[in-house]
Design a protein around this ligand. Structure first.
Ligand SMILES: [Zn+2]
Length: 449
């Protein structure tokens, strides 16, 4: 049976560009045998398997962004990988080749979701909303794929809704167990979904937050999600929205851990190809603009398609995301941002002004490498995370200090690297005004505040 056979012609969204459904052969070729193997030589679209791709943006070479060398590491070499992003001419999936195996990146992941208060709040609100909207009870079953340290499922546990977390990073999953969140330490795909379905463990709600971008074998993953759903079960997926990435010039959110970048148009098409239909979508402020997409099995009549779906697709069409030309302007926009930022930093350096950074987020690696900015232009940066203090930014080796360093050295300019936290950081650092210090925003375009 074709994976899209469940989606009848009538239920296909009429406003989608006319893309023929995928043949069985196509689907077989695009399912890469092992999810943990990096793609090699031939570059085929991660979704539709065609080889016709164009450059979306070429950000040069960059090291893995979540590796912070210590002083002892500074004399060693570092591995750089290309950050060359392509867009598929057939399905418009924006994607990066996978150079490092998923196992190497994710098996001992340094990111614990529960360290962020705002993210916990987001998770709690989600649980409350889903419980009400879909009437979840102690007889329901909720599965989260990439459940991290149980940051979200713990709120369902508190409501006595049975849950299962699936998380490949053993160190993170261990923490989930302490929160009474049962967790399977596995990579998710068709194989695991079939095992769970065979055990009668299909779910009323399956969710994946910020995981879709990190999946090397997209088709195997989405097919697995469908298998895991009960006949009227609901799937929700959250991911950064490509439309906002382009509009707000958020090119530094492109890094090696994110293999794919999704528009609503492409997401609907991918889910449809696997017999799922999108019935609602919400726009969220997280990660510079994200989507929460709601989907169910194509044949389910339990969920009415909300106008939000068509509205967002209309917006994307207006922005040109349904034609290859809509993707071509981005590279130029990114280059102009680089020129303006480097120009600003060179002028400041010539004038003898001191410039430092604030924050050491993963995205700073992309920004600094692409722009060729090192210690000569940004003397140091600071971060509140004790893990990062005393270490260095990958590649550029810009030192990371405790935030007090700014008060001690009184720099003329502070470049805010996690621009998504701009207001919070400017509030905390108001004191730089005492010596005439100014803030610099690198994205969406250089601004001195
Ligand atoms: Zn494609």
């Amino acid at each position: 049976m074709l994976p899209c056979a469940g989606a009848s012609k009538a239920s296909r969204l009429r406003w989608l560009p006319d893309i023929p459904p995928l043949s069985k052969k196509q689907l077989a070729t695009m399912t890469i045998s092992a999810a943990t193997q990096p793609q090699t030589a031939t570059r085929l679209c991660r979704f539709c398997g065609t080889g016709r791709q164009r450059t979306f943006v070429d950000l040069g070479m960059s090291p893995l962004c979540e590796t912070y060398p210590s002083a002892a590491d500074l004399n060693r070499g570092e591995v750089y990988y290309p950050l060359h992003v392509y867009v598929c001419e057939q399905c418009f999936l924006v994607q990066l080749e996978q150079y490092e195996s998923a196992e190497n990146i994710f098996s001992d992941y340094a990111y614990f979701s529960s360290y962020s208060d705002s993210w916990l709040k987001h998770a709690e609100n989600y649980c409350s909303k889903m419980t009400k909207r879909f009437g979840l009870t102690e007889r329901s079953f909720v599965v989260e794929v990439a459940s991290n340290d149980g940051y979200l499922l713990q709120y369902f546990v508190q409501r006595n809704v049975p849950v299962l977390g699936i998380e490949p990073a053993a160190n993170v999953a261990k923490v989930a167990a302490q929160k009474n969140v049962p967790t399977l330490v596995r990579f998710f795909g068709v194989e695991l979904a079939n095992e769970l379905a065979a055990q009668g463990r299909r779910a009323d709600l399956v969710l994946g937050n910020n995981v879709l971008a990190q999946v090397p074998d997209l088709n195997d993953f989405v097919e697995g999600l469908k298998i895991l759903l009960k006949p009227d079960g609901v799937l929700t997926l959250e991911f950064p929205h490509l439309l906002r990435l382009i509009e707000h010039n958020e090119f530094d959110t492109i890094y090696h851990e994110h293999f794919s970048y999704f528009s609503m148009l492409t997401t609907v098409r991918i889910l449809e190809a696997h017999g799922l239909k999108v019935f609602d979508v919400e726009e969220l402020a997280s990660h510079g603009g994200s989507l929460r997409v709601y989907a169910c099995r194509a044949e389910s009549q339990a969920h009415r398609i909300e106008p939000s779906v068509g509205d967002l697709i209309t917006q994307e069409r207006k922005a040109g995301l349904d034609s290859i030309e809509g993707y071509e302007k981005f590279a130029l926009q990114v280059k102009q941002t680089k020129l303006a930022l480097v120009d600003f930093l060179l002028t400041a350096a010539r004038q003898g002004k001191s410039v430092v950074g604030y924050g050491a987020p993963g995205k700073s690696a992309t920004l600094l490498h692409y722009c060729g900015i090192g210690k000569d232009l940004i003397e140091y940066t600071v971060d509140r995370s004790p893990y990062k203090q005393g270490r260095f930014l990958p590649g550029t080796h810009i030192p990371i200090y405790h935030p007090d360093r700014i008060r001690e050295t009184k720099p003329d300019y502070v470049v805010i690297l996690p621009w998504n936290l701009k207001n919070e950081i400017m509030q905390q650092l108001q004191y730089i005004r005492q010596w005439g210090g100014r803030f610099v925003m690198p994205i969406p375009r250089v601004a001195v505040l």
